[in-house]
Design a protein around this ligand. Structure first.
Ligand code: NAD
Length: 443
């Protein structure tokens, strides 16, 4: 099939590459000229396991193209994906200006019937707005062209995006009627061979499904963080509690890891956006407010522990920081706990020596060159002459480090672990002051 994808961020690019891989001919349109120029040369602007070879191979095979020319994209697609960002507006609601701009662009150039597929995460009612926008523009042009709008939210996880798109758990599609279903079935046929993954529903339910899924996951995390804080006060170990409750199949082990707060481009903004949607409809979403509040507080947990150990004034202190991305296997640092931590350390007068396997370029781009931030090439180099080690992201390579080496390099044997990677008793035996999340009294 001929597919057009508007927006080549994490979602659009991965989706485009995966669709090209199974044989569709995909044209990607983005307004970012630099990104398009890079991609045409096979330079991938994001880190995502398995993505680079997929993009390269499909460019070579002629199934994946990149352009800034929207007219070319609209002309090409039997289906047109909208996969642009929906960042939070000032009041936290999702800003739809990029989505609606694409809708207008599609209508400006459309000369054949098409199915517009909304992949961006958008509030309930957005497909109606997209439909109205396209209709208004077609009317303005004085043309009558058949089009459908469907809602097809994306559930990929950054860090496993290619695998998630290749083998989705489910494909949610919201439609107004039966007309576009065949096109959608054909589009997703290669991903739907073994058992039925397509779940058709009405448009509003599809739009809400995405928010409900992310808010449920965020709720699990905040719930565990609350239990962790309680465990700390009660002298219990949240890791034992986690295993204890996870073994109940009704609860399960997924998404019940306590830590230093969730981040990323989705959970914080989607929780906020659903809160605004609820409030705009006269409903107070008490659980969602609590989820957000607990998370904001949890991001203060590591800075609090640092102050507890070193006092309020950190002037002259240097902290080694392992992990900058909001989670492993991505270079995404949007809303990452590491940023809250670093900014607080800087405010208290400290410097940071940080290492991350993938996210250092992003951090450099955001904070620029500054005296109190040194980005180093290895986790070992980050430790050199630092007062303590702080861990914000659970990258595999941080899980079994050489503790003797850590002790040698640090000025003091102190570790603040925002991801509970080590055993407190072992750390105590090795002579570390070890602060983790919800693991009884800090040792
Ligand atoms: P992103 O910010 O990484 O990429 C968005 C891209 O859209 C950018 O390259 C931007 O230049 C481009 N763009 C903006 N306006 C455009 C226009 N008029 N025409 C063409 N391109 C345009 O965003 P993302 O992380 O890929 O997220 C996209 C959407 O998918 C969001 O709604 C997000 O909530 C949702 N989502 C994201 C994830 C994730 O893990 N990142 C997962 C599921 C859903």
């Amino acid at each position: 099939m001929k597919v057009t994808v508007f927006g080549i961020g994490y979602v659009g690019l991965v989706q485009a590459a995966v669709l090209a891989e199974v044989g569709h001919h995909v044209v990607c349109v983005d307004i970012d000229e630099h990104k398009v120029a890079q991609l045409r040369q096979g330079v991938i602007p994001i880190y995502e396991p398995g993505l680079a070879p997929l993009v390269e191979d499909n460019i070579k095979a002629g199934r994946l193209e990149f352009t800034t020319d929207a007219a070319v994209g609209v002309e090409h697609g039997e289906v047109q994906f909208i996969a642009v960002g929906t960042p939070p507006d000032e009041d936290g609601s999702a800003d739809l200006k990029y989505v609606l701009a694409v809708a207008k662009t599609i209508a400006q150039y459309l000369n054949h019937s098409t199915v517009v597929i909304d992949k961006s995460t958008v509030p309930v009612g957005t497909a109606d707005k997209v439909r109205l926008m396209i209709k208004a523009e077609l009317d303005r042009r004085g043309v009558d062209i058949a089009f459908d709008v469907v809602s097809n939210p994306e559930f990929l996880k950054e860090g496993a995006a290619v695998a998630d798109c290749m083998r989705p758990d489910r494909i949610i599609v919201g439609t107004y009627d039966d007309k576009p279903k065949d096109v959608i079935r054909e589009l997703y046929e290669p991903f739907n061979r073994n058992h039925e993954k397509l779940i058709f529903m009405d448009v509003r339910s599809a739009e809400l499904t995405k928010y409900a899924a992310n808010c449920m996951l965020a709720t699990k995390i905040s719930f565990m963080n609350e239990m962790a804080n309680l465990a700390e006060l009660l002298g219990a170990d949240i890791e034992a509690v986690r295993k204890g409750i996870g073994s109940d199949p009704r609860i399960g082990y997924h998404f019940i890891y306590p830590g230093c707060g969730y981040g990323g481009s989705c959970f914080p903004k989607d929780v906020q956006a659903l809160i605004r949607t609820a409030e705009q409809n006269g409903y107070q979403p008490n659980i969602l407010h609590a989820v957000e509040n607990v998370n904001n507080k949890q991001k203060q947990r590591l800075p609090q522990l640092v102050h507890q150990h070193f006092g309020s004034d950190l002037t002259g202190r240097t902290f080694a920081l392992w992990g900058l991305s909001f989670k492993p296997k991505t270079n995404d640092v949007r809303e990452a706990s590491s940023r809250v931590l670093m900014e607080q350390l800087w405010q208290a007068g400290a410097s940071v020596q940080a290492f991350d396997p993938e996210a250092m370029e992003e951090i450099q781009r955001i904070y620029g060159v500054r005296d109190n931030l040194t980005l180093v090439g290895t986790k070992e180099a980050a430790l050199k002459n630092a007062d303590a080690l702080i861990i914000c992201t659970e990258w595999q390579q941080f899980k079994a480090p050489d503790f003797d080496m850590i002790k040698q390099q640090l000025k003091q044997a102190v570790i603040f672990d925002g991801r509970n990677l080590y055993e407190p008793e072992r750390m105590a035996r090795k002579g570390f002051s070890y602060y983790a999340i919800g693991r009884g009294e800090s040792v």
